[in-house]
Design a protein around this ligand. Sequence first.
Ligand SMILES: Cc1ncc(COP(=O)(O)O)c(C=O)c1O
Length: 317
Amino acid sequence: MMAANGKKIWMDGRLVNFADAHVHVLSHTLHYGVGLFEGIRAYPTTRGAAVFRLKEHVQRLITSAKFYHMTIPYSAAEIEEAILQTQAANGIIPSYIRPLVYRGEPALGVKNLEGKVSLAIAVIPAKKYLGDSSEAGVRAKISPFRKPHSDANPSFAKASGNYINSYLAGVDALKEGYEEAILLDANGYLAEGTGENIFLVRDGTLYTPGLESDILVGVTRDSVIHLATDLGYPVVQKLLSVNELISADEAFFTGTYAEIAPIKEVGSYTIGVGAPGPVTRKVMTAFQRALRGEDAKYASWLSPVPALPRATVRARG
Ligand SMILES: Cc1ncc(COP(=O)(O)O)c(C=O)c1O
């Protein structure tokens, strides 16, 4: 679990002390899970502290809110600026950044279209989601809990309520001694982890479930598709079976929080040789170089953090 201990939290345009960042107990989002969030990281880079793929995360947040009929009262540029400000005000690096769109006013009743839409941004120290040894490979199990079909919950939206499903799958895996769960889609094909996308490697080709498997379209997944393609590996998006995972040469998870985590076991099966394979290691190295600003080709993925916070996004509400 991640210790949540930053200094300042941005709430609707004001930086408030961490201990004072309160929301009412009868808030709509707390009761019904109708909130949208992002997980973003900032890293120390060759150009100073920088946020990784800020634009893509902010765009996904706006799209997520659209699915739930919530209009964030800030433009994409303002949200990006607010995230950079909050990162600068906290000065934590490497960090994990958590923007949340929510309805924080007391309001019971599901069909709430009037409630004020708020934005909060927290910055806390970064940890490895799948544990400190995750780079050596994690043990995962196929979860008995499936991903809901997008006809029920649109998987493109990173909605708070979606994570009751991740919670059930993740806790079941932990209680059985695994580090992570792999969820199947409603039709029994591979979908994703509780907070990661999944890739397989077979004969030098990467495979990952396509959007038809009701996955969250991960920003790290997109980074890996670019990096692997640039390294010369074909990347195929398609329906993937559990059989294809068990018989893969290599497999790994991708996610902002988890970064790239090789999968060494699935249930009672060893994947490949039970250690990070050569393709996984090459992709991991390319990813680390990109996020540290060591590869000029991916410089546009990094948004430099200003040295001092500047208050340019106006307070609302
Ligand atoms: C369910 C789920 N799938 C995939 C991902 C990976 O997405 P990203 O790489 O954008 O962090 C996440 C994390 O945000 C997630 O929660």
